[in-house]
Each structure stands twice: as C-alpha cells, then as structure tokens.
Design a protein around this ligand. Structure first.
Ligand code: ATP
Ligand code: MG
Length: 814
C-alpha cells in the first residue's frame, strides 16, 4: 500500500480490500444490499487520488441520483480533501448534459438547448397525436410516449424502427410518423428529452470519433454504481467511453442529426497498434435490486459484463454491514422466491435485533396513524426524525400519510416526484426563463402566451404561428411584430408588452456579447419576468387560497435562483435551467435532516435509515396491479420489495390496510403475497389482519386528543401548511386495546373476507340506523354497489359522513 493510505483501507474485509485496491482494466463487484458496494466505489476513488494514480479530472463516477452523487462527492472530499475538486461525480443524465453543452453545436443544436422533462414531452406528443390523428388508432399520448422512450433506450430512432416494423400496418405507420415528427419538433425547438440526453451523446461519440477521443483520453477511470439498472443506451455510452482511443480515424457514420443504432462493430478487442488503452472500468451492482426493467434496464448487463470484458475481475461481497439479522433474514427469505437468480445469502454480525413490527389498519388512515405513532415513539426513544423513512409503492399513497403527519405534527418531507418543479406556477415561471434562454423553444413561448390571462386564445396563437411560418422566423420572433398579425388593438398591446418584458429580461440575463452577466442575473431576470408580466399581480389579486400558496412557491423559486447565484457565481441562466431540469427523482429542494422522509420504494434505492416503514403491503399495490400482465413483472415487484426492506438498519415496520380508498372508491385490500414469504417468527404483529374487524370496545382515546396542527413544519408537503379544516374532524378509528402480539402467519387469510368481520348479506337500507365499533351511531343515507362491494353511505352522529363496505365493516343494525 502506498504511503498514507492506511486509513482508507482500515476496516475493510478482504474482498472489499481486494476490490478497492485492484488495478486492472475492468472490475465487477456483484453483491447483495448493504454489503458495501457504494462504499468500495468511494474508497477506490479516494485511493486513486491519494496515491496520485489519477487526477480528479480523470475520474468519472456515475450514480443513480443527484443526491447519491452529492453524497459520494462529500464522502470522497472527507477522505482526501480538496484533491477531490474537478471530479465528475454525477448521474448519467448530468454527465451527458455537460458533454452535450460543449459539443451540441457539432450536430445542429446550440449550447442553450432546453431539456424536456416527461411532462414537456407528453405535452408535445399530445399535440402530435392530435395532428396525425393517431388517436383514431387508439394511441394515447401516454402510450406513445412510453413506446418512444423504450425505443430510444434501445438506441432506436424512427427510421431504424420503421425498417423493422410492419409498415403495411396503418397503426404502425402512424406511430412512426408521430415518432419522426416528435424528433423533428425537438430538434426545431433546440431541445432534448431525457432519453435523448443519453442517446444523442452516444450518437455524438459514434458519429464524431475525434470528439469521443477527447473524452476517452480525459477519463481514465470510470466507475458506475447501481449498474444493474443501466439500460442499453447507458451501456453503449459506457462502452464508447471505455474503448481505446482511436486516434481520430473517422468512422463510417452519417451525421444526419439522428441517432446511429448500428451495432458497434469493434468492441475493443481489436485495438489498433499503438492505440492508447481505454479507461479502467469499475461497475457495482446487485441483480436482486434491478427495478427499472420497465424503463429498459437490463439485468443482462451484469451477466454479460464478463463476456464484454473478458479480462474483468469479479468480486463478490457477502457480509451485510447495514441491517440486523432479523431484517436480513426477512429479505433473504423474500428474494429467494425469485427463480432465475444466483442464490447468495447475506449475513450480518449485528445480532438478531428487534423483531419486524407488523400492523394491519382498518383503513389507510388507520395505517398512517400507526406509522405516525411509531415514529413518535422512536423519536421519544432518541431516534432523530431524519433517521426514519416511510416507503410506499405509488405516489398517491403519500396523501393519507401526509394528512396524518400534519395532524400529528410529525415533520416530514416528500422525496422524489419532484413535486415542487411539477407545479403549474413553477413550470410557468421556468417557461418564461426558457423563452429568454432558448427562444427557439416554441412550447415554452406558447405556454406563457396567455399566462397571466391576456385575452390571447387559440385564434391569436394560430395567427402568430402562421405569421412566423410565412416569414420564416421563429414563433418567439413573431411576437416582435404585433401590428402585422391582423389583430385588434387590445391583443396587439398585450403581445407588445410580453415581447418587451422578454427583451428586458434578456438584456439582464444574456447581455450583448462581451459583457458578462452578474451572478444575480437569473434572480433579477426571473423577478422582473414574474412582476412585469403581471403573473404575480394576477395571483395576488386572486382570492383563491391556492393562489396564495402559488405565490409562496414562486418566492421559493426566486430563493432557489439566489442560492444558485451564491453557489455558481459563473453560472448562466442556461446552467440554471439545466440544473433544475435534472433535479432527479430522489432529490429535493433542500436537504433537511431533521424530518421523516417519505418516498416511493423506487426512490429509496441505495439509501439507508435506522428505521423504515414499508406501507401498503397489499396485493395490487406491491406487487402492483399493472405488473401482473408484464413478463417478469411480479418478480420485479419482489425485487422492489426487497430494496424497500433492505434499507433498514435497526427497525423495520411492515403495514397494510384492510380497505383502501382510491379515486373516491373504497375497496377491500388483500395482504401482499410477499408478506407470506417472510417467516412468521420474524414478525411481531401489533395488529394482524385477523384482528382488524374484531376490535371491540369503546374508543378510549378521545377524539380531540390530537389537535389538528396548523402547518407542517416543512412546507414541502402538498398541503402547503395553510391551516385548512380539511383535517377536521378527526375521522380515524381507534387502535387502542391492541391484541396480544401473537397472531401468526398461519392464521393469515388468503381471502380477506374469510377472516374479517363477515356481515354476510346484512340487510341494510337507506334510513336504517347502525352502530359502528369506531364511529358510534349513525344513519344510513344511501346504499350503492353490489355484493362484496356494497357500500353504505352513513352520516354518523359524531364522526360525520363515511363510506363503509357493508360486508366487512364492524357495524350492526340498531
Ligand atoms: P445497496 O445495495 O443498498 O446500495 P451497498 O452495497 O452499496 O448497498 P453501502 O451503502 O456501501 O452498501 O454500505 C452499507 C453500510 O455498510 C454503510 O453504512 C457503510 O458505511 C457500511 N459498511 C460498508 N462496508 C463496511 C465495513 N467494512 N465495515 C463497517 N461498515 C461498513
Ligand atoms: Mg449502494
């Protein structure tokens, strides 16, 4: 070992040490959750720097989220200090944005290109589906979008797809038309969608070998975390970057601005005489945690690594350093139900630890209350909120949790789903910025045309578009000719005013060549746009409380631009927009550590927490309903569940609800099959499915014991903290008088209706009075639905209006 690197190697087990110090060209680390894969990557980077085997600028590390990238950078900096500056630690997407910004002009884009997030591309596709009358063939924008995305992830474009598709099928023809037009529109708008960021970079490298060589020379070490979730395009990118430097020999690729998809002819083995060797490649992954097949990720990338890199060294890690044995045993038991996998058993020396806590709520609110109560109990026992996380399968499940957390004054934040940047007012504000930064982006200009309301409708929009087309100018530039559009004076004035505002902001943010915009330019420009356009005034004038929240969000965005000025003093509006566009799934506006994190199981990948709550462990949620029809779907769902439970260090809670209200309908939920795969002795059921409807007794916890709290401490929830009465009166059933912690899995009902309170075909009609175990007495106002789905709409004397499933609700007629 080199001098002064002992501390970097301290505490590593022999396999980890092997991996950290390996000096060959290709290294594959495959290992289960929590075995130190990410830690090994980090230490490897630190060691390279410490031993001066690489300059920071020669290192490219790819992580799955921006948050993971920031964490890795922080850890490396802690190990080696300033020597870490200049490394590229980023997601695939951010790395590609950086490359494309430098090289875009080589193939028909400008440096100021826009990045379309999935909402933007959906909007564009929606228009194209209409234009091409693709809806007549049953195409929905969502379906077209996901198909295009899948193809792009396989490095296909419209042309290549057309060559292999059955073009005598009119539906196929129209799809190809939409796909091709979509790509034309993107190019015209000087924009890339998310998939393009990767695909176009691959195209760039293949079409311009000299450019590729620049990056091949630059990056001598490429390290990829979560390798199991790379898709074909990402794989191709890695492959391009690790090929030997070609020496500038041009390759037979056309440069028509479209992707190249021919299979790569030389895969590195045929290195020319004298060519420099490619970068050293380290990838780490776990095929049991592959959860992005639906986005084209391919586990085969792992199994084929050894084929593609025959000299690769493979390291296996088996000790888990994260979780206690109980948690690990549950994880092992669950994942072993997947066939077609290499069995690997993780072990831990942390001891058995606490039992897994199980809980079945009567409703999702009941379940959420359990989570909130447990969170508080752990907090009282000394665990910081920041060490706790709540997972769910779908974003919509967060709502019930948020409601209860706000009521219970549990501070929380929602991670992922980038709620903030998906809000309409934020998208409007960003569209204003895009209209300045990239006037070619017609979608952005169209978006702000009538925001705030200026009386500009479809007719005017069409008039502008026609004028632009007739004069061969952009939509944006057409706004500079309001008097020539054949419009009335009011509309002329409105357009002139918008044009003037955009110009004024452009002068601030993109001063004439030679001048440099001050760091605060983006903040100033945004403020000006929002004020002088009348956008903020319109919100202020409104009496809608939601508009109040919208104003706050805009202030928040302005605060983000000020932070940007501080953190990137040389950053331009273009950099700012790229940063915003890349705020990926697991990232949030700011990182508050003192709050409970709520997120989907997908977002949870790679993270760890002392306490984890996996909620909604029900059939149709996990495994998700849509997975049933996908080949390999249920297996992927099992891996997702495995990812969820392996995030926990010390405490794992698994919960479900017997009934779940979604889209205004209450339905009976069934326990997930995955629950039965966990050995029963590992779970300590506080309230099991069998208990739920036999809870008798009165409500011993007073309804008003929990005052609704005003405002969530964090402001990032979707309820914005405005003390609405949405949460009152409390409508939760009690959970006091918990059953003994005994109910074993063998009592677990396969059919819920067999064990819950079975009211049979209870005669119940509008006008009847009933008594409910939790809600007390009330009057049935209506009955809807049939059979097992018969729902009673009841007005309770104290608890207000409820909908109940007649078949299983703890009710009796009085
Ligand atoms: P995942 O598959 O979930 O991404 P991983 O394999 O990347 O997990 P890490 O996150 O690197 O695992 O490590 C899990 C935990 O174990 C971390 O808290 C890490 O600090 C710790 N750890 C890793 N190796 C060791 C070791 N040799 N000694 C002590 N702790 C370790
Ligand atoms: Mg990891």
């Amino acid at each position: 070992a080199g001098a002064g690197s002992d501390d970097l190697l301290a505490g590593l087990n022999p396999q980890q040490l092997d991996a950290v110090t390996y000096r060959g060209q290709a290294l594959l680390i495959v290992a289960g959750a929590g075995s130190g894969k990410t830690s090994v990557l980090t230490r490897r980077i630190a060691l390279l720097l410490r031993r001066r085997e690489a300059w920071p600028s020669q290192i490219l590390a790819i992580t799955f989220t921006n948050k993971a990238a920031a964490e890795m950078r922080e850890r490396v900096e802690r190990l080696v200090g300033d020597a870490a500056r200049g490394m590229w630690i980023s997601t695939f997407h951010s790395a590609c944005v950086r490359i494309l910004r430098r090289e875009a002009e080589q193939f028909g884009f400008t440096k100021s290109f826009t990045i379309y997030d999935s909402g933007d591309s959906r909007a564009l596709i929606k228009r194209l589906v209409k234009d091409h009358e693709a809806d007549a063939f049953g195409f929905t924008p969502a379906a077209v979008q996901s198909r295009i995305s899948k193809l792009k992830n396989e490095l296909q474009d419209a042309e290549s797809y057309a060559r292999q598709a059955n073009m005598s099928d009119p539906a196929e023809r129209v799809f190809v038309e939409v796909f091709a037009d979509y790509q034309r529109q993107l190019q015209k708008a000087n924009a890339f969608d998310f998939d393009d960021l990767i695909g176009q970079t691959v195209y760039l490298f293949r079409a311009f070998p000299q450019i590729a060589d620049v990056y091949r020379r630059r990056f001598r070490h490429i390290l990829v975390d979560e390798y199991q979730d790379t898709n074909a395009a990402q794989y191709a990118l890695i492959h391009e970057l690790t090929r030997p430097v070609q020496g500038g020999a041009p390759e037979p690729y056309a440069s028509n601005g479209m992707m190249i998809f021919e299979p790569d002819p030389s895969t590195g083995s045929g290195t020319a005489e004298g060519a420099e060797p490619g970068a050293a490649l380290t990838v780490v992954g776990d095929s049991d945690q592959s959860i992005y097949a639906f986005r084209g990720a391919d586990i085969r990338n792992i199994s084929e690594f050894e084929r593609d890199f025959p000299s690769a060294k493979v390291v296996l890690l088996e000790q888990n350093y994260r979780s206690t044995q109980n948690i690990l045993s549950a994880a092992n038991a669950v994942i072993s139900n997947n066939f077609d996998r290499k069995d690997k058993k993780l072990w831990s020396d942390k001891g058995a630890g606490h039992a897994i806590v199980g809980f079945t709520g009567y409703s999702q609110h009941d379940e959420a209350q359990f989570v909130a109560d447990e969170v508080e109990a752990l907090r009282r026992a000394g665990m910081p909120y920041g060490e706790m996380a709540v997972f769910y399968r779908t974003n919509s499940q967060s709502r019930a949790l948020e409601e209860i957390f706000i009521r219970s004054a549990v501070p929380y934040k929602i991670m992922g789903g980038t709620k903030f940047y998906e809000r309409a007012e934020i998208k409007d504000a960003l569209a204003y910025l895009v209209a300045v930064a990239n006037p070619a982006d017609e979608m952005a200009v169209r978006r702000i045309l009538n925001k705030p309301r200026r009386g500009i409708g479809d007719v005017t929009e069409t008039a502008i578009a026609r004028f632009a087309e007739e004069h061969g100018i952009s939509f944006r530039d057409a706004l500079a000719h309001p008097t020539q559009l054949g419009l009335g004076p009011k509309l002329q004035a409105a357009i002139a005013q918008l044009d003037a505002v955009l110009r004024e902001a452009t002068d601030i943010m993109l001063p004439a060549s030679g001048e440099i915009a001050p760091p605060t330019a983006v903040a100033e420009g945004l403020t000006l746009l929002l004020q002088k356009s009348g956008y903020m005034d319109a919100l202020r004038a409104s009496r809608d409380p939601q508009d109040e929240a919208r104003l706050e969000n805009l202030d928040e965005l302005i605060a983000v631009t000020r932070d940007f000025a501080r953190n990137s003093p040389e950053g331009t509006i273009v950099d700012f927009l790229a940063e915003v566009a890349l705020v990926a799934d697991s990232d949030d506006l700011d990182d508050e550590s003192g709050v409970v994190s709520l997120m989907t199981m997908h977002t949870a990948k790679g993270l760890e927490f002392d306490a984890v709550f996996v909620t909604g462990v029900e059939e149709d949620l996990i495994p998700h309903r849509i997975s049933a029809n996908e080949p390999g779907g249920p297996q992927e769902e099992r891996r997702l569940f495995y990812v969820g439970i392996t995030r926990a260090r010390k405490r794992l809670h698994i919960s479900l609800a017997m009934t779940r209200a979604q889209f205004g309908e209450v339905s009976v939920a069934m326990p997930s099959r995955f629950l039965q795969e966990i050995p029963s002795e590992l779970i300590d059921w506080r309230q099991s499915p069998g208990d739920v409807n036999s809870r008798g007794g009165t409500q011993s916890r007073a309804l008003n014991a929990r005052r609704p709290s005003t405002g969530s401490g964090t402001g990032s929830g979707s309820f914005g903290g405005s003390g609405s009465d949405r949460f009152a009166p409390r409508e939760l059933p009690r959970r006091d008088g918990l059953k003994p912690l005994s109910t074993a899995m063998d009592k677990f009902p396969n059919r819920v209706t067999a064990k819950v309170r079975d009211n049979g075909d209870l005669e119940l009609n509008a006008g009847d009075r009933i008594r409910h175990d939790d809600f007390g007495e009330g009057k049935v106002e209506a009955i809807t639905g049939e059979g097992a789905k018969r729902i009673a709409h009841v007005r309770f004397d104290a608890a207000g209006q409820k909908k109940l499933l007649v078949k299983i609700a703890p009710i009796e007629k009085i």
